[in-house]
Design a protein around this ligand. Structure first.
Ligand code: HEC
Ligand code: HEC
Ligand code: HEC
Ligand code: HEC
Ligand code: HEC
Ligand code: HEC
Ligand code: HEC
Ligand code: HEC
Length: 338
């Protein structure tokens, strides 16, 4: 080792408690554990730096650099994830040099992308609220208060309520989970931080939700339940009560809190219909009916999508036609009588 390099190392050792083998204690990662399974599009990270560290932190997700320069000893933030395995590199830099690095991998599971449905065996689900986090409670409140437990008056919610953000005075959950409202459309009970109307604080694992999803959703969406259960034909996943296979429970960038754009959502399961040659009867055995790319004649301002002709939940007809008609011909007439 050259004298110059030795001196530089010595300075680093003195400044940041570097150990002789080069590993350092600048960064301590408190959350998440390496090899976690994540169910959402993002992951919260909480780490601390040693006292006196005046550098900055660089965060790379899959080598895509996002630099964060955050003051303070405790650093809490969120990163966006892709489906599948994500590599997260946390680099502490000071004076243009890297002084410490922690790398972890997490698996973003997805129930609608088949190759990401089952995590590789080395990844495990780490329920945050099932572990001791006394190192967080110096700054955050972790146990729900009476106010959190009070049922929200959902009758007071309108479709517009989704854009209001009451903030930390309303909920204990806010300080860590405020990012949940960052999507365009926010579901009513989430917008008013009525988290415990779906998440049970006394369950095991803590904050579990009722399954199947329909048991949870129908507590408020009673009208829909009545209508759909009165129909002769119910869509496969609805019949199984799997509402969250299509809907996000909290918020989404798509209307109706859908996981994807409506058309993309349908073809993620109905792959054959994605060709754009949806066959409707003999007249179309060679040429399919368009399923997108035109306005929907029956919904002002809406695009033609699968749900223009099909009901996503239930119908009186085997092919889940959206409209109450007597025959296939009548269905065509709905749009083609002009
Ligand atoms: C020294 C104080 C402190 C400690 C200890 C602390 N945090 Fe934080 N945390 C904060 C502050 C300040 C914020 C920002 C709050 C705000 O902007 O409203 C925050 C925000 C967060 C966020 C939200 C980040 C975002 O960008 O949405 C999460 C998640 C979080 N903390 C998790 C944790 C966890 C987990 C622990 C324990 C391992 C922890 N924090 C310990 C101070 C702390
Ligand atoms: C100290 C920060 C903090 C507070 C306060 C907090 N959470 Fe969390 N919670 C987390 C972190 C971190 C995760 C892991 C997921 C992630 O990356 O955001 C998590 C995960 C969860 C999960 C998924 C299951 C699990 O245990 O991993 C649920 C559900 C949840 N929180 C609900 C709540 C509710 C409801 C409240 C309010 C009563 C709350 N949390 C308050 C930090 C916090
Ligand atoms: C309408 C019911 C409902 C409400 C209200 C609700 N959640 Fe959830 N939450 C769920 C369901 C269902 C899941 C499981 C995820 C899935 O199946 O897609 C979940 C999962 C989570 C997770 C795990 C990671 C993720 O994002 O999927 C966190 C964290 C969480 N909820 C926090 C909260 C917080 C904080 C609130 C209050 C603002 C809240 N939830 C309100 C139904 C709800
Ligand atoms: C605690 C009561 C409550 C629960 C539980 C609940 N919702 Fe809602 N939901 C509402 C309220 C209130 C609205 C109206 C405000 C809005 O548009 O978000 C709503 C609206 C919706 C909408 C938009 C309706 C429209 O016509 O625009 C969808 C989609 C939806 N919920 C799906 C779900 C799903 C899926 C579940 C189960 C994961 C669920 N909800 C559970 C209260 C609830
Ligand atoms: C196959 C995907 C899918 C499943 C599964 C699903 N939905 Fe929907 N849902 C949609 C789509 C798409 C819309 C938007 C309206 C449309 O275009 O049909 C919607 C709309 C809604 C609405 C708005 C009112 C309405 O009738 O249009 C509510 C409420 C709702 N869903 C609740 C639920 C509940 C509760 C479940 C579980 C029992 C569920 N959904 C299961 C795709 C689905
Ligand atoms: C999570 C997977 C999934 C998604 C997403 C999905 N479907 Fe389905 N769909 C199914 C299953 C499973 C069946 C039942 C298949 C069977 O019985 O042959 C079904 C059946 C149907 C049928 C009836 C077929 C028949 O033979 O009667 C129609 C129509 C349909 N889906 C339309 C849609 C539309 C429109 C969307 C988007 C709003 C959609 N599906 C999204 C899984 C899905
Ligand atoms: C213009 C109206 C229309 C549109 C748009 C449409 N469908 Fe259909 N779909 C029908 C009709 C009508 C039938 C019944 C065909 C028959 O009886 O020969 C049908 C049948 C089906 C079936 C059951 C038969 C089969 O092919 O397996 C599924 C599943 C289906 N559609 C899914 C979709 C999906 C997914 C989309 C979007 C990519 C879509 N449909 C778009 C009218 C439509
Ligand atoms: C929800 C509305 C809707 C329904 C229901 C519907 N169509 Fe269409 N159809 C359209 C739209 C939109 C187009 C594309 C614009 C156009 O050509 O007018 C289209 C185009 C067509 C075309 C021209 C295709 C081409 O490639 O040029 C034919 C033929 C057709 N439809 C027949 C039918 C038949 C047969 C049925 C009943 C089985 C039917 N449509 C049901 C909306 C609908």
């Amino acid at each position: 080792m050259s004298v110059k390099k030795f001196c530089a190392t010595l300075v680093l050792v003195l400044l940041f408690n570097l150990t002789a083998d080069g590993s350092s204690k600048v960064l301590t990662l408190h959350y998440p554990p390496d090899k976690s399974v994540v169910e959402s599009d993002y992951m919260s990270i909480s780490l601390s730096t040693i006292e006196g560290f005046d550098g900055h932190l660089k965060v790379e997700v899959n080598k895509d650099e996002t630099t964060k320069i955050l003051p303070g000893q405790f650093r809490c933030f969120r990163v966006a994830l892709y489906p599948g395995i994500n590599t997260i590199d946390l680099l502490a830099e000071s004076g243009g040099k890297s002084v410490d690095q922690i790398s972890i991998t997490v698996f973003r599971r997805s129930s609608i992308i088949s190759r990401y449905r089952i995590p590789p065996p080395e990844f495990t689900m780490a329920f945050f609220h099932m572990q001791d986090h006394s190192e967080c409670t110096g700054c955050h409140v972790l146990d729900p208060t009476e106010a959190d437990r009070k049922p929200a008056n959902i009758l007071k919610l309108s479709a517009k309520s989704g854009n209001e953000m009451p903030g930390s005075s309303v909920s204990t959950c806010y300080s860590c989970h405020k990012g949940i409202l960052s999507d365009k459309y926010v579901h009513g009970p989430v917008a008013v931080w009525s988290c415990l109307s779906c998440h049970d604080p006394d369950s095991d694992p803590r904050y579990s939700v009722k399954r199947p999803d329909s048991d949870m959703c129908y507590e408020c969406h009673l009208e829909e339940m009545k209508i759909w259960s009165s129909k002769k034909y119910v869509h496969g996943p609805v019949n199984l009560g799997k509402c969250t296979i299509c809907h996000k429970p909290h918020a989404s960038d798509y209307p109706f809190y859908l996981l994807k754009q409506s058309w993309d959502l349908c073809v993620s399961c109905h792959v054959d219909s994605a060709t754009g040659k949806h066959v409707i009867g003999d007249a179309f055995s060679t040429k399919g009916h368009p399923t997108r790319g035109y306005p929907d004649p029956l919904r002002k301002g809406g695009e033609l999508v699968c749900a223009s002709c099909h009901n996503s939940h239930a119908s009186s007809f085997p092919n889940l036609w959206k409209y109450e008609v007597e025959s296939l011909f009548d269905l065509c007439q709905k749009c083609h009588n002009k």
